[in-house]
Design a binder for this molecule. Sequence first.
Ligand code: ATP
Length: 371
Amino acid sequence: MSKMSKKKVVIGMSGGVDSSVAAWMLKEQGYEVVGLFMKNWEDDDDSEYCSTRQDWIDAASVADVIGVDIEAVNFAAEYKDRVFADFLREYQAGRTPNPDVLCNAEIKFKAFLDHAMHLGADLIATGHYARVRQNGTQFELLKALDHTKDQSYFLHRLNQAQLSKTLFPLGEIPKTEVRKIAEKLGLPNAAKKDSTGICFIGERPFREFLNRYLSYKPGPMKTPDGKVVGEHVGLSFYTLGQRKGIGVGGMKAYKNEDGSSDAWYVARKDIANNTLYIVQGHDHPWLLSSTLRADQASWIAGTPPAPRALSAKTRYRQADVACTVTPDGEANFSLQFEQAQWAVTPGQSAVLYDGDVCLGGGIIAGSDFSA
Ligand SMILES: Nc1ncnc2c1ncn2[C@@H]1O[C@H](COP(=O)(O)OP(=O)(O)OP(=O)(O)O)[C@@H](O)[C@H]1O
């Protein structure tokens, strides 16, 4: 690329290894690179759990080492309005949302994209593991080549306008290689741990955090035969498939022949009757669904796929499973699985794939037990 035609890319630099190496790669490829660090959460009295300050220091020192400009921007108000408010509404309604999905659609690829365009960017970039491919006039979202790190699940709500402006420099290289590059370059964060979990919760105790924001109403905890076996503290505080923290430790459990007993799992929330159902045994039929319904669908191509055999993930870090999709208008669809799926959880995303191509997805509204 000649100096005259250098394209300007604004890359989200989080202070983590991935976006640091991605920024370096773009510079190597001849782009004019500017880093942008976002602050999406105002520190509260729990600053012990908040790594924002350190992350900014890391991002700024990496920018210095690789020789790119960096600036910071505060999207805490946008995050609270567009992501956190929805997160609380979903929990209050008894579902288990995935705020990282909404954060991508509303903050990283909307507020951030708008801001980058104001800075004169031609393109934006992040350190996500995914790929964008142009196919005629269409932009496709593909899984990363390193399937073990693929993050397309979280990016499935991106649209054509967003994808047409986006670069994912790490889409074709394995994570192990990214760490090696960081070490070779002597980046100050080369050994930094990967971030885990929901960004604004970080390492803090989850139930305590939710407690501050949600009203909750205790109610009965029952087994499928309708027997009351305890009391739950509020439906919002449980998720389907949850095993720990149900509080039935002392309860008489059905014993196996060898005297052992199977663990208890949260299997169903009856919102109307404020009742939590728990079952014994990982493979209890109440934990298995052969169909699901999803709403708030978002399609990468802009329109729903024709009814057909595809594959899907109903949670991140799950192998793709064979299914048939049946769209119902633009915003709803149902999936029929070839094999029943475990703990299909309302609020999580159901994301559809045709091989490596991510077609989009929706929010799981409900599922049907296989038995
Ligand atoms: N605070 C932030 N400021 C700017 N960009 C961010 C920020 N947080 C995340 N991003 C961008 O979103 C990408 C994916 O975020 P995620 O939280 O999944 O990071 P990650 O896989 O741990 O990557 P990294 O090692 O870069 O933190 C990052 O690589 C980065 O480009």
